[in-house]
Design a protein around this ligand. Sequence first.
Ligand SMILES: C[S@@+](CC[C@H](N)C(=O)[O-])C[C@H]1O[C@@H](n2cnc3c(N)ncnc32)[C@H](O)[C@@H]1O
Length: 233
Amino acid sequence: MTINSSDLWHHYGRTRAEHDRAVPETFRWIWGQDSGPGPEILGDLSGRVVGDLGAGAARHAAHLTAHHRPALVVAADASPAQYEMATGLFGHLAPRLRIVRSDAVSHLHAAAGTAGTYDVLYSIFGALDFTDPRELLPAVASALKPGGRLVFSTLAHYLSGAPAQTDVMAADVTAKTPEGKATTMRRWVLQEHVWVKVLDESGFAGITVDMLPSTVAGPRTADTLLVTAVRRP
Ligand SMILES: C[S@@+](CC[C@H](N)C(=O)[O-])C[C@H]1O[C@@H](n2cnc3c(N)ncnc32)[C@H](O)[C@@H]1O
């Protein structure tokens, strides 16, 4: 997940977790988290087994658990800090919300059986952004049941405004160690046609990509790509 062993997600969401401990009333895909489509993109979740890949503090997973009727939501994140935060905030939603500290690829390999485990997998600027898709997407396909759905939101361009990559290629972006030192981590920011190609090569069909524009202007705002695909039978 990172180029060194330090937890580069140590600081993420920490301030918010100190004062906002409620299960969110809404679920949004876009970078600004302020409007646009919601969980209906995931389809009817009644009785479904759902997984969030790179769930962070598990706010989206907690919303689905509390406001929809899935059989189980698994919130997986590789960061010890995020796992701890999620457990502290939403551990009380167990057993229908299961918070797991694991790299997404290892978790999915363990979950994959002959018919897959998950009905739906999703990610919101999560594992899909920070893991080589040629490694992660085949693991996603094998952990989904045939016909199972993958939905994820990802950056349509870099936060600097630079355009997305025209091939499956990561770039180093800024990050911070737990001690506050500046460092970098790898992020995959890919153009729409690149996502379509790598999804197709990884066993997905019915691929759609929607561009959701940012609702605000200014530095570090971004447009979102919302990607949906179905595991080929
Ligand atoms: C930008 S945060 C987004 C968190 C959450 N989805 C949200 O919207 O608040 C990215 C998260 O992805 C997690 N992540 C990145 N690569 C991962 C991987 N390969 N497996 C599991 N988690 C990963 C990080 O630990 C981090 O918590």
